[in-house]
Design a protein around this ligand. Structure first.
Ligand SMILES: CC(C)(COP(=O)(O)OP(=O)(O)OC[C@H]1O[C@@H](n2cnc3c(N)ncnc32)[C@H](O)[C@@H]1OP(=O)(O)O)[C@@H](O)C(=O)NCCC(=O)NCCS
Length: 216
């Protein structure tokens, strides 16, 4: 079984992360294309996560979290997995890792912040995963032409239409148990060996914090 490591992107790897983001999102009309400066800023804050092929070290997946101070909401976004390694659970594992960092280190609900994800209205791919992870579609959103990245698929009037998903604290128990199971390679939907590389503490310590926040 192929092996992957999942970790936070370090500033030294910002160029590789942007190259990956650009390669994957370039021809994908459903991914919100970030500029190099935007991605670098998120990396500097420690909010970007990647999946690496453990043998070659090459990047095969990326996602980030971003805080919208106006909406008082965190968003998990930019989830992209290299087409050669899709459907083996890497987005599931990377998403769980990113969400665990968000919940443990930002404590959003105790800070009156929501946790959201946005999906282009015509993109079917991430919906089942979000729903399985406890996100619920809450509303449709409209992005004005001038605000959306140039390559995103638009309506005739230039707007980009999407759906907003939100996860509630009730979804935490599942996230916590997925984190435990994936970190022990004991989660069937992930058909690969995945190692979570957590900074500054052990995976077990992080899992324990997540469990406590989930009330487990
Ligand atoms: C969406 C994406 C990140 C999923 O990555 P992945 O590693 O293949 O996802 P996983 O293997 O963890 O799949 C988890 C579940 O998501 C759903 N899913 C994954 N790919 C799907 C697809 N192409 N169509 C419909 N559902 C899909 C399935 O329910 C899947 O579970 P299953 O394989 O047991 O049926 C990947 O297809 C991708 O990078 N797409 C292009 C970019 C994109 O659309 N990103 C989302 C932007 S909001």
């Amino acid at each position: 079984m192929a092996s992957y490591s999942i970790k936070k992107v370090q500033p030294a790897d910002a160029k590789a992360a942007y190259a990956f983001h650009q390669r994957i999102s370039h021809d994908d009309p459903y991914v919100w294309q970030r500029t190099e400066q935007e991605l670098e800023a998120q990396i500097a804050k420690g909010y970007v996560y990647c999946a690496l092929d453990a043998q070659t070290g090459s990047m095969v997946g990326l996602c980030y979290t971003v805080f919208d101070a106006h909406a008082l909401a965190w968003e998990i976004g930019g989830m992209t997995i290299d087409s050669t390694v899709q459907r083996i659970g890497l987005a599931t594992a990377l998403g769980v890792f990113a969400m665990a960092h968000l919940i443990v280190y930002q404590d959003p609900w105790n800070n009156n912040q929501r946790v959201l994800a946005h999906v282009h209205k015509d993109n079917p791919k991430p919906r089942a995963l979000l729903e399985k992870a406890g996100f619920v579609k809450t509303r449709s959103v409209t992005i004005p032409d001038a605000y959306a990245p140039p390559k995103m698929r638009r309506e005739k009037n230039g707007e980009v239409h999407g759906d907003e998903f939100e996860i509630s604290p009730g979804g935490l128990l599942k996230l916590s148990s997925w984190f435990d199971d994936i970190s022990r390679n004991n989660f069937k939907p992930v058909a690969a060996t995945v190692t979570f590389l957590v900074e500054g503490e052990t995976v077990d310590q992080m899992a324990e914090k997540l469990r406590k926040l989930a009330g487990g």
